[in-house]
Design a protein around this ligand. Structure first.
Ligand code: 6GU
Length: 235
């Protein structure tokens, strides 16, 4: 997958996405990450990218033209353009899964008080990562690109690693444990050391349901599809 970001601060995205699994995905060619800096698309001596807001108020607003030109250079046929903004659709695992199927994503990162509203129609989707205010779209881009990259087939070594995980089935995951079996007097649930795979699976399902009910009662597991009754239907 190709991903580009329009940002005044490319290092805020490039650096965190050079580590760990996403860093490896980049060196192995699963993810190609590029940047366009609106500052490089200015023509005045000071390379101006922001100005005072019309109507007054605090802070500065990113000007439309340098963002437009940066985007114009990056956008190809089939590109999907995402504007990162706190007023966007809330990002979640289902959005990550949709985005992981695209060939080319372009993220527009606002900074300062935001971007001139007239660039909004250039985006296919406005996206927010939650109800709080960041200094800019860059940390949000990092979160979204991370969540999307690990869903690209081949990025995670265990092919089923994204199947049973938190949120994919609408539940939180059961807790994990590793050695030692007794740590500072605390033991591991006996089911997990039983060697009985059915028992382990049943324990994990039960714990996942309990944990979700306690920690995130707002997360409703998908409705079980009712089994069709056999033989009695008219067709
Ligand atoms: Cl996408 N941008 C900013 N600046 N703040 C945010 C956000 C995005 N998502 C949540 N807060």
């Amino acid at each position: 997958m190709r991903v580009d970001a329009v940002t005044l601060f490319p290092a805020m995205i490039d650096s965190p996405l050079s580590e760990s699994i996403v860093g490896r995905a980049r060196t192995e060619g699963f993810l190609e990450l590029g940047f366009a800096n609106p500052r490089d698309f200015t023509e005045d001596r000071h390379r101006t990218v922001d100005d005072k807001p019309y109507g007054g108020g605090t802070g500065m607003v990113m000007m439309a033209e340098p963002v437009y030109r940066a985007l114009k250079q990056l956008r190809k046929k089939g590109s999907f353009v995402i504007l990162l903004t706190p007023k966007g659709r809330r990002f979640d695992q289902s959005v990550a899964l949709e985005l992981s199927k695209k060939k080319h994503l372009v993220f527009i990162c606002g900074h300062y008080e935001g971007i001139d509203e007239r660039v909004t129609p250039l985006a296919d989707l406005e996206l927010s990562i939650g109800d709080y205010v960041l200094t800019g779209g860059e940390p949000a881009a990092v979160a979204v690109i991370d969540a999307v990259t690990r869903l690209i087939p081949g990025v995670l070594r265990k092919s089923d690693a994204t199947v049973n995980e938190t949120f994919t089935d609408g539940l939180l995951e059961a807790p994990h444990y590793t050695r030692p079996a007794v740590w500072r007097g605390k033991t591991v649930p006996p089911e997990l050391v039983s060697g009985n795979h059915k028992l382990i699976a049943a324990w994990r399902s039960k714990l996942a349901a309990e944990l979700t009910g306690k920690a995130r009662p707002d997360l409703k597991p998908p409705q079980q599809v009712k089994k069709k009754s056999r033989g009695k239907a008219a067709h």
